[in-house]
Design a protein. Sequence first.
Length: 139
Amino acid sequence: MTLIPGSITQKYRWAHNVTVLSYLMLLAMMFYGCWFFGPAEIVPKLVLWLLISSGLLLIVKGLFAGKKRSYIWYCYILLMYFIFCVQFLFSGGTVSEDTITQVVQSSAAWHEIVAMTAILVGFTTAILASRWVDSAGQD
């Protein structure tokens, strides 16, 4: 079965768009986590966000441009974030009887679930985009 070049270009565009969307969603979830669960002051929140997201910010230009190496590096970087998310999700601990504590823990868990979804979708589509980028004539 031969693939039509137009269909690969269409698949690549879809994979690229979903990859960029998951990238932005992951950055937004990191910002959300720093803003609501981080320090009380604004400047430390921003510094914490920059430190946490520094790995992702290294590849922003290449990822938006659709470079093959950026897709591959994005996958490697996502593995690190995947480990941190899994570790957080499985270290839930016990829930106390305090209602405010339950709400904060629940919100943090949903934050991590959304981040994990962005990581899994981003990893899958970045792998596909890195495979199709040469066939689409982007690199």
